[in-house]
Design a protein around this ligand. Structure first.
Ligand SMILES: [Fe+2]
Length: 174
């Protein structure tokens, strides 16, 4: 079964949390976490995977691109969905996003094994507990896509942004 991520878009909890973020970020001068950001991360991660498969068709344990896409888009759509709970309840958004994803993924027919992999990608996307170096690790590629999706080089709020100089994205790679 492919393209289950479409069901996430129609999930009531996903929609309500996304609307909550939109409302809470109305006056935010820094990066937002709207559907455009979530899709930017999905698409950049998927491009990274496709580029990797071009040079090594056996990468990702031989899994097909459409199978990987279903995991990547789910993780990307859900990776920041806990932002509203962070703003209002003080729960770190990687943990809050994973808790929301744990509710949504079974409704969208992701298996327990697939859900575990998606939750790992969500929990590690901020970087502290992410492994590093393996370009066939979806968690690493998602974390990198999250950074590459930001246009720091043209951001008017870059001077006061809490991201350190090395983290700020200064170019377009994908
Ligand atoms: Fe993000």
């Amino acid at each position: 079964m492919t393209e289950r991520y479409h069901r996430i878009l129609r999930d009531p909890l996903f929609s309500s949390e996304l609307a909550r973020i939109q409302q809470l970020e109305g006056d935010r001068i820094y990066c937002g976490h709207d559907i455009c950001h979530l899709l930017d991360v999905a698409r950049i991660t998927y491009i990274s995977v496709l580029e990797r498969l071009l040079s090594d068709p056996a990468a990702f344990c031989g899994r097909k691109p459409e199978e990987l896409k279903d995991l990547i888009y789910a993780a990307a759509l859900l990776h920041d969905i806990g932002r509203g709970r962070e703003y209002e309840e003080g729960i770190s958004h990687d943990r809050a996003s994973a808790a929301i994803a744990e509710e949504i993924l079974p409704r969208c027919e992701y298996s327990p094994e697939e859900s575990d992999q998606i939750l790992r990608m969500i929990r590690s996307h901020r970087g502290q507990d992410a492994p590093s170096g393996d370009q066939t690790d979806l968690a690493i590629l998602l974390k990198e896509a999250d950074r590459l999706s930001r246009l720091c080089f043209t951001c008017s709020a870059a001077d006061t942004c809490k991201w350190d100089r090395h983290k700020k994205n200064q170019t377009i790679i994908r």
